[in-house]
Write a protein of this length. Structure first.
Length: 666
């Protein structure tokens, strides 16, 4: 009979062989974690390799994503469509085995990990999603949503400040189905972590209100099994299992050294590992008996079938709930969505109300909230300022898990990374708010949302120097430009309430990309539009005003957000001076750039070279639209502490200055 160590050694062999074959990678952690992984995956993890997206599967997240060969070996051995040839292509171009796990590339990978700590944050979001979805849909005798979220973290994950943000909130929320296994090997790239990481981690997590199982021998299967079982028995708290492991276990010359962290072991050392572990097989060769013992296909199929029968009975007893759950998991919008949102846009245009776009956004939420129960909102301790609640918002807490709003506290990074996990889990459209300038705290999670193509909605208010007296520490300058440079990220900066509704529609209907909504603190005047102009907003840029529709303009003013009103006022002055002026509102640069060349030429004809872009932010990105002969009225310096109107005037955002710049082109 095969022993646990023999099964774990299969993981070790595949991991070190693939890293060596690629001559690149991180062999130490997979060798050290193999025993922990063997117990978790074979004794506890409920999953089906034939259906990686089974709704009620346990989630497994490898937060220390540099140990990716651990995960790839596990997926291969348990029966996922990941072949030996795929393992041999580790870290190669277009392989199913990239250097760090990537969602959507490898079957069975739940999230993209690599930037340390974010996998843990994603897992906290998944655990929130599991519990909230269960509270919404489960009924007595029908626990159709009922599983655990397991996450492996390394010392580096726990050093990242993000781990504090999300672990603190996880404890407060009492996420008892979240189980974290800490690979406590004491080694990072720079060497032994005791020189820079000396805190009492178990006591730290106890302070977070976690259940902590300390001093577990990470190479003792019985101890690991007992710890995981104890964690599963928790009913009110998440669990941290502290697994003391040896990095590069079995490597006589490189175990417990930083050399084993991020470099291949080398052929000679690998041969010594094989001898020490009693593994006599050639590289990438696994005996059929070990494959048979590892395979999760039969057990997974049975588990899913049991659940499927439960769900069918649930659907018979609660047909409307079952249909709604399926709709949300399949990302299908309600049938009445298109008509309702169209009516909302028309009504908002007819109302012609001068209002801050943050307030207009809240009005949108009040109207779409009842229509989209999958909306799961939140804010980083700025709810009264960013206006992300609506009349039906209900706070999620340890006592009330079935709400739809998370008070994230002052945790911008944690909020953003948790929203990624919520989106990956499915069944929800997460949105969360903070001031635009604080996207700096959350930047890498926003990037990961774009990399993973997740429908996450980032609501950023106080979008310019117009926020006023709080001054340059709170006034964003470079942030819109930075976000626009992020591939796969859509950014809307609406100029009034109508464009705000259109921006929300775009964010909801964008199934495979995150969206940033940049909203104002100050009131914005409503703009007049005909029906064609209203329809054109969705194309990212459109002609809002033209002095002479029968002839080509001599000047084009391009603006976004609060500066559209400034452009409109300047156009009136220029028109009085017999200039033919076109005002283009460009609420979404990326959507406009996706339009046909014919449409882009219609809006910005190449023959018209006199162009001025106006936005209270960094100017660099606007030269793609104004060209070398054009000008940008922007802000390439930090702001001022003063009332918003005073700050705008002091920094050149006046009708007089825009007109002066425009006339200089003639």
């Amino acid at each position: 009979m095969l022993t646990r160590q023999q099964l774990a050694n299969a993981v070790r062999a595949l991991s070190m062989d693939a890293v060596q074959h690629a001559n690149s990678g991180h062999p130490g952690a997979p060798l050290g974690l193999a025993d922990v992984a063997q117990v978790l995956w074979q004794d506890f993890l409920r999953h089906n390799p034939a259906n990686p997206n089974w709704m009620n599967r346990d989630r497994f997240v490898l937060s220390n994503g540099h140990a990716s060969m651990l995960l790839y070996s596990l997926l291969h051995l348990t029966g996922y469509p990941l072949s030996v040839e795929d393992l041999k292509q580790f870290r190669q171009l277009h392989a199913k085995t990239p250097g760090h796990p990537e969602w959507g590339v490898t079957p069975g990978v739940e999230t993209t990990t690599g930037p340390l700590g974010q996998g843990l944050a994603n897992a906290v979001g998944m655990a929130v999603a599991e519990r909230t979805l269960a509270a919404t849909f489960n009924r007595p005798g029908f626990n159709v949503i009922d599983h655990h979220t397991y996450v492996v973290v390394g010392d580096g994950c726990l050093m990242e400040g993000l781990s504090h943000e999300v672990s603190s909130l996880a404890g407060t929320l009492g996420l008892n189905k979240l189980i974290v296994l800490w690979d406590n090997n004491g080694i990072s790239i720079d060497g032994e972590v005791k020189a820079w990481f000396t805190e009492d981690v178990p006591e730290r997590f106890r302070a977070y209100q976690w259940h902590v199982i300390d001093k577990v021998n990470g190479h003792d299967p019985d101890a690991i099994h007992e710890a995981i079982q104890q964690a599963k028995n928790q009913t009110h708290r998440p669990t941290l299992i502290c697994c003391k492991t040896e990095i590069a276990f079995g490597a006589p010359n490189k175990a417990n050294t930083s050399e084993a962290h991020g470099s291949p072991l080398g052929a000679a050392e690998i041969e010594l590992v094989r001898q020490r572990l009693g593994w006599s097989y050639p590289p990438f060769e696994i005996p059929e008996a070990i494959y048979a013992a590892w395979s999760a296909k039969e057990k997974g199929a049975i588990a899913e079938q049991v659940w499927q029968t439960l769900f069918e009975n649930y659907a018979a007893a609660y047909p409307e709930l079952a249909q709604e759950l399926q709709r949300r998991k399949e990302k299908k919008l309600p049938v009445q969505w298109a008509q309702k949102i169209k009516e909302m846009i028309r009504h908002t245009q007819d109302k012609a109300e001068s209002v801050a776009s943050r307030k207009a956004s809240q009005t949108v939420l009040n109207q779409i909230g009842p229509l989209l129960p999958e909306l799961l909102g939140g804010a980083a301790d700025l709810t009264p300022s960013v206006l992300t609640t609506w009349s039906g918002s209900r706070a999620i807490s340890s006592a009330e898990p079935g709400g739809n709003y998370l008070y994230y506290g002052v945790r911008e990074f944690g909020m953003s990374a948790m929203m990624n996990g919520i989106a990956l889990y499915g069944g929800f459209i997460p949105y969360g708010g903070t001031f635009l300038t604080f996207v700096d705290y959350a930047r890498n999670a926003v990037r990961m949302a774009a990399l993973m193509r997740q429908r996450v909605i980032f609501v950023y208010t106080h979008d310019s120097i117009g926020l006023g007296e709080d001054g340059p520490t709170h006034q964003p300058v470079e942030h819109a430009a930075m976000l626009r440079l992020t591939p796969g990220l859509s950014l809307w900066r609406p100029c009034d309430a109508v464009e705000t509704v259109v921006a929300w529609r775009a964010a909801i209907e964008q199934m495979s990309a995150p969206t940033c909504l940049l909203l104002s603190r100050q009131n914005l005047p409503a703009q007049k539009r005909d029906e064609a102009q209203v329809d054109a907003i969705a194309r990212g840029a459109y002609i809002l005003f033209e002095t002479a529709a029968t002839q080509a303009p001599s000047l084009i003013l391009i603006a976004t957000g609060s500066e559209v009103a400034l452009a409109m006022a300047a156009a009136q002055v220029l028109q009085a001076q017999n200039k033919t002026v076109r005002v283009v509102s460009m609420p979404c640069v990326d959507v406009f750039c996706q339009q046909s060349q014919a449409y882009q030429e219609q809006i910005l004809p190449q023959a018209v070279t006199r162009r001025v872009a106006i936005e209270a932010g960094a100017t660099g990105g606007w030269y793609q639209f104004v060209g070398r002969q054009g000008r940008v009225v922007g802000l390439d310096r930090f702001g001022e502490s003063a009332p918003g109107e005073v700050a705008f005037k002091a920094l050149g955002f006046t009708v007089e200055h825009v007109v002066e710049v425009a006339l200089s082109l003639f």
